[in-house]
Design a protein. Structure first.
Length: 172
């Protein structure tokens, strides 16, 4: 089977995974604090309340879902590839975009892994790294989203459109 490394665009499933993971990460940023009462109680050896356990479980299972989807996503990326950067972009822009995407991948794998090491194995240092990553995600995702919107409205490239519409379904 031929593996295309630079296809014309993203597939429907790549697009679905991008936006699903993005939505789940935003949710995790919003509800992240809710796991802390249960985590603190377990760390102190006391019994958390039922609602604290429920809140913690939501955070844990949404986070683990991100990890599963990220593994699926990287597997598709390796098999199908991703479209080349638009020719209108300068070499510097291409390098910045590639570095940002690499960092985003580190975060979508790193967050569930550090969280799981803190939650299941009690590694406090991993919990601290997990917490410190919160502002990093906010900044990187903010810049990434701003860059995508800037490209669309001012750079006049198709990067945003190709992350909304699968390849081969382009309206002329
Ligand atoms: C996409 C994945 C994840 C994101 C974006 C995320 C995000 C967050 C955020 C924003 C906080 C609160 C940080 C703060 O208030 O400073 C937090 C805390 C925490 N999360 Fe996650 N999380 C994710 C996955 C997970 C998973 C899968 C687990 C466990 C299996 C987990 C366990 C924890 C724990 C134990 C804390 C408390 C850490 C502490 O107080 O030291 N997280 N998370
Ligand atoms: C937590 C949120 C997000 C994460 C983790 C994330 C992650 C990523 C990653 C890793 C890529 C590279 C895809 C690849 O080449 O394999 C990507 C591409 C892209 N993202 Fe995001 N993203 C997020 C939110 C957003 C938002 C809010 C927007 C738009 C407002 C956006 C727009 C795009 C676009 C347009 C591309 C395609 C870039 C291209 O084809 O060169 N992303 N995203």
């Amino acid at each position: 089977m031929t593996v295309t490394k630079e296809p014309a665009g993203y597939t429907g499933i790549q697009i679905l995974l991008h936006w699903t993971i993005a939505a789940l990460i935003v949710l995790q940023l919003l509800i992240g604090e809710d796991i802390k009462p249960a985590y603190r109680a377990f760390s102190r050896g006391t019994e958390p309340s039922a609602s604290d356990i429920f809140n913690a479980n939501v955070h844990v299972y949404v986070g683990l879902a991100v990890l599963v989807l990220a593994i699926w996503r990287i597997a598709i990326r390796l098999r199908h590839g991703v479209p080349a950067a638009p020719p209108e972009e300068s070499i510097l822009q291409k390098r910045i975009a590639a570095a940002a995407h690499f960092l985003l991948y580190i975060l979508i794998f790193g967050m569930p892994i550090t969280g799981a090491l803190a939650w299941y194995f009690g590694f406090r240092s991993m919990g601290e790294i997990h917490e410190l990553a919160k502002p990093v995600i906010i900044i990187v995702v903010g810049l990434h989203a701003a860059a995508a919107l800037w490209q669309h409205f001012f750079g006049k490239t198709d990067v945003l459109v190709r992350m909304l519409r699968p390849a081969g379904r382009r309206v002329p």
